[in-house]
Structures are given as C-alpha cells and as structure tokens.
Design a protein. Sequence first.
Length: 417
Amino acid sequence: MQKLEVFGANKLKGQIKISGSKNASLPILAATLLSRKKVYLKNLPRVRDIETMVSLLQSLGSKINFNKNNLTIDNKKQNKNFASYSLVKTMRAGILVLGPLLAKFGRAKVSLPGGCAIGTRPVDIHLDALSKLGVKYKIIQGYVHAKAPKGLIGGKIKFSKISVGATENLIIAASFAKGTTVLSNCAIEPEIKDLVNFLKSMGCNIKWISKRSVKIEGVSEVNEITYPVMFDRIEAGTYLVAAAVTEGNLKIKNIIPKIIQTEINTLKKIGAKIRVKKDEIHIVGNKKIKSINIKTAPYPGFPTDLQAQIMVLLCKANKQSLIKEDIFENRFMHVAELNRMGAKILTNGNKAKVSGNIRFEAAELMATDLRASVSLILAALTAKGKSVINRIYHLDRGYENIEKKLKKVGAKIRRVN
Ligand code: EPZ
C-alpha cells in the first residue's frame, strides 16, 4: 500500500491552480444517463471517485472516452439498469444513478451505498422522495429494486432533512418525469447549482422559485452539449488552510471567490490576510492565529468537508476553540491521529474541544477518510521532521495531483510504495 512521507516544517509559497469539482462532476456524470446524445464534459478532476463513476457508467453500457480532464460520453446504446455493489461500495455517490435510470427505463436495481468512516450514509430521504414520483421499491439483499410502472409522475416533495445527494437524485429524476415537480427544503450547495446549470444547458426545464425550492417541468429529450464543471471549492478551502497553518503565502487560482465567502470570512477572523480578485485569492498566513468556534452546516454554512482541515489550524490558535460537527455522526476520525502528533483535542459526541498553542510533532499516521487524510498532511507540513501517512488511497479519491501541487509551492513531500 502506498504512503506519503512529509518533511516539515516549511512555509508554502507560490501559486496553486484548483482542479474541477469532484462533487459537481459526480451528479453531472450520473445525469448524462438521461441523454441519448453525446455529452462533452470539461475540467473533470482525475481522482479515483471520478474513475469509479466512469467504470459504473461503463458497466451500464455508456461509451466513454476520458482524455486528460475532458470526457466524452455517448449513451445512445446505454441499456443496462443494474449498478453493482462492487462499484457502489467504494463510492457512495453511485446511488445517484438511481434517479436517471428510473427516469429512463422505469426500473432499476442499484446497490445500497453502505457505510463509510464518517457515517452510515443512509439513502432513506432519496427513496421516500422517489416514491412521491410514483416509484415502488423493495430492498432485497443490499440492493434497491425500484420500479415506476407508469413512468415517473411529477409531484410536490418537501425533503424531511437537507440532503445534497437526495436533492441531486430528485432534480435529475424529475427532469424526465411527466408533468411538474416542486422540490422544497433542498440543499443549495454550489455543486447542485452546477448540476442544474448543466441540465438546463442540455434543455431541461428547471427554475429556482425560492432559496431552497425548485420547480421542474419534465422533458422527454435533450440536446448534445459541451459543459465545463465548476472548480472544487473544498480543494480551494484546503489550500487556503494550508497557507494559514504554515504561515505561508499562496495565490489560489481558477476559482470564484464569492462561492467560498464563508471560508474566506472564517480565515480572516482567524487572522489570515486575504486579498480577493476575480478568479483568485491571495492569502498570507499570520503568526498569530486567533481561536474561533465553528459549527458545520449545509451551504452557505461552514462546510463539513473542511472541518478536519480547520481543526488543524485551530490547534495552533492562541486559545481553545470549539467545533460542532452537525452534518455527519462520526466525522472526528482524524482526532486520534492529530492527538498522536501532540494535539490536545477532546471529543464528546459531535463536539470537539480543540486546545490551542500546539506544536505538532512528526509521527507515523493512518488516514481514515478523504478529508481526514488531508488534515494529517496539513499538520505534518508544520511538524519538524518526517511524518509518514499510511492508507493514502483515501486521499486519492478526491485530491488531484496533491503532491505535485504542494511540491510546487515548497512542500517536501513524496509518495512511497
Ligand atoms: C455530499 O454527500 C458530499 N458528497 C459529501 O462530501 C458532503 O460531506 C455532504 O454532501 C454534505 O455536504 C458528494 O457530493 C459526492 P447528504 P451526501 O445527503 O450527499 C444524512 C467529500 O468529502 N442523510 O447531504 O451523502 C447523512 O447521513 C464527501 O467529498 C440521511 O439521513 O450528504 C448525513 O448525516 C464526504 N438520509 C446528512 O444527511 C439520506 O437519505 C447529510 O448528508 C441522505 C442523507
């Protein structure tokens, strides 16, 4: 198994170009199943979750050509509606093919995603909502057997809880349902807006009618299109924290700053110096890091996908900070590893008390999930000496060329077998 060696401590200095968004690309790739015409996607990140989604689509009969960050998908002869456990278990977003397959074939057999390090990852909200579009389903031996005997029929749905994946699944399914669908209490992450823009550019009829409600008129066919996916706001946020925690000086490029306004405001409160331009952010870390309390929340709140990263920064603050993880039930897997590096973090349920004034010590570490693994790199960058991070396959799911990007701005980091 591969691991990363990180030799700290050093300040990051230079420019980092942000890749395309994993979490926008995944629902958009699933949504291509609605089309019988060619779709050309640009700016896709070459990360393992995207490769897994491509394999899943190919197993469903899609013809795909993936060259550098550009992908052509032809679903003209796509005719299978069975998504296997082997592909869905490693990438929970596989459940996103359920909506489009039902919209297209009226029946589908899709593996339940199964849990992961950060939580049980249920899909009850997806299934309850689909049943309001006329879908009947049974769960048999870990698979969702779903069918819509009369096709998907538009309806009114209020999500019981804000869910990114359920909102995406239903927006895709309703785009090809008969009649009108109104979804309310939707998640409004930027990746969902990007999905809606993609569907509308294909010819779907979707309109936001309030902050968290969307109205969809079903269509029966769409056009051939070319679409560039948005930037990865979590990757951008990760490198902003990297600059702050190493007292570095970074220019983060290829982004839309206003989309990460919450993260910018938070880092400014913590003491980083930030200058914003049209498609880049210039951040200079400050020796004095101020403590701040953080609560993760659905967009536009502070993103749960940056909670591990900001926790590393707050270990170096001038006093204790409190972090409340309000989205996932078990997203403190990085705490034990950070404590092995000298952090003093006390967790109680979904709350963490993060002591400040910590000097991280280099150590041998274990990655447990995608965002936890990158938080270990951030801590290792500030620790004198060599840290080793094992199980970095978690990292490869969501960060494109991370060693290359970090090396380019002065990090001493290498991948070893
Ligand atoms: C998406 O996951 C992201 N993944 C996650 O990013 C992100 O952390 C999460 O949204 C929250 O922003 C992708 O976009 C591929 P949810 P998703 O449905 O859709 C519960 C990363 O690191 N829930 O908004 O699975 C659920 O258990 C990943 O890139 C139900 O109870 O998140 C969680 O506690 C990690 N029933 C909460 O809702 C359901 O049917 C939010 O989940 C669905 C969700």
